[in-house]
Write a protein that binds this ligand. Structure first.
Ligand code: SAM
Length: 290
């Protein structure tokens, strides 16, 4: 299955759960709460807080968020930028996400459009942004350099970018263990397209640095940082995995898949005595200018 197809599925499910959560959030697992936790975590980890002061904001900036999904993170990001911004544009390859984002977070100055960052960019967007952001999206690209080049072309001269990409993560290792079994391999053909190209990469920061340098970016700062996320229980982790059911697991085998997922996590000694599950993972931050 293609990476993009996977994303379309992932976000269709995400939006479905998001809508569902309005009505039954008190009774069952709710994706919204996971997302909020994830965002809080993101903020707790101070990634944004650390980088926002380093950004040389331009006056009345035009800001782009690539891979905006349902717009919830874009909406949070829009509170971090100077409030005299001219426009904030979120873009995503998934038209359903964009529709949802516009309906929920769109305003006169905040808009969302469908755009595949790996495809040729529309002429009217060329060199039109002062600041470009992208969080946890660009490691899905089949040809990342094409995406990075497009970002360069979207920026005005002197414009600035800040990106967060996923690198090493126990999620990938657990999925890989399951993928190697006779039982799950037939249902996980998409594994190869799902895993971040920077997961098994020895020096992902150096690889990314070289790509950006070759394109012509300057003042490049690429850092690989270790983060920790504690799932409060194995059930919480199960629910998170279920909500982003990326693979073609037959419905009647889904509980078994989740059980095996947790068993692998246990074998990897990720489950603590209090039944919480601690994931240490790496993210890559990229901050540079055109
Ligand atoms: C994991 S989500 C991240 C969403 C949001 N930025 C966040 O931090 O929660 C990745 C998003 O990237 C989008 N995406 C994947 N490939 C893309 C592409 N080639 N062009 C634009 N968006 C893409 C997906 O549709 C998905 O919405």
């Amino acid at each position: 299955m293609k990476r993009q197809t996977l994303h379309l599925r992932l976000h269709a499910i995400r939006i479905l759960l998001y809508n569902t959560s309005y009505t039954i959030s008190r009774f069952i697992f709710c994706w919204d709460s996971v997302l909020v936790r994830y965002l809080r975590q993101l903020q707790q980890q101070e990634t944004l807080k650390e980088y926002v002061p380093k950004i040389k904001w331009r006056s009345n900036p035009r800001v782009l968020d690539i891979g905006c999904a349902d717009g919830s993170v874009s909406s949070i990001l829009s509170t971090y930028i100077p409030q005299n911004y001219e426009m904030f544009l979120g873009c995503d390859i998934n038209s359903n996400s964009v529709k949802f984002a516009n309906a929920r977070y769109g305003t006169e100055r905040i808009k969302f459009i469908v755009l595949d960052i790996e495809e040729p960019i529309p002429e009217n967007l060329r060199e039109s942004f002062d600041h470009v952001f992208s969080f946890f999206a660009l490691h899905w690209l089949t040809n990342p350099e094409k995406g990075y080049m497009n970002i360069y072309n979207l920026l005005k001269p002197g414009g600035e970018i800040f990106l967060i990409l996923s690198a090493e993560s126990p999620y990938y290792d657990i999925y890989h263990s399951l993928f190697r079994t006779k039982k799950w391999a037939p249902h996980m053909q998409a594994y190869d397209t799902f895993v971040s190209p920077y997961h098994d990469c020895k020096d992902p920061d150096k690889v990314i640095y070289e790509s950006f340098k070759k394109i012509g970016f300057r003042n490049i700062d690429v850092q690989c940082k270790q983060k920790v996320f504690v799932h409060e229980s194995t059930n919480f982790l199960k629910n998170s995995v279920a909500s982003i059911n990326l693979f073609e697991t037959p419905k009647h085998m889904q509980d078994e898949f989740l059980k095996d997922f947790i068993d692998v996590a246990r074998d990897m000694r990720l489950v603590e005595d209090d039944n919480s599950v601690k994931f240490s993972y790496n993210i890559i931050t990229v901050h540079c200018m055109k």
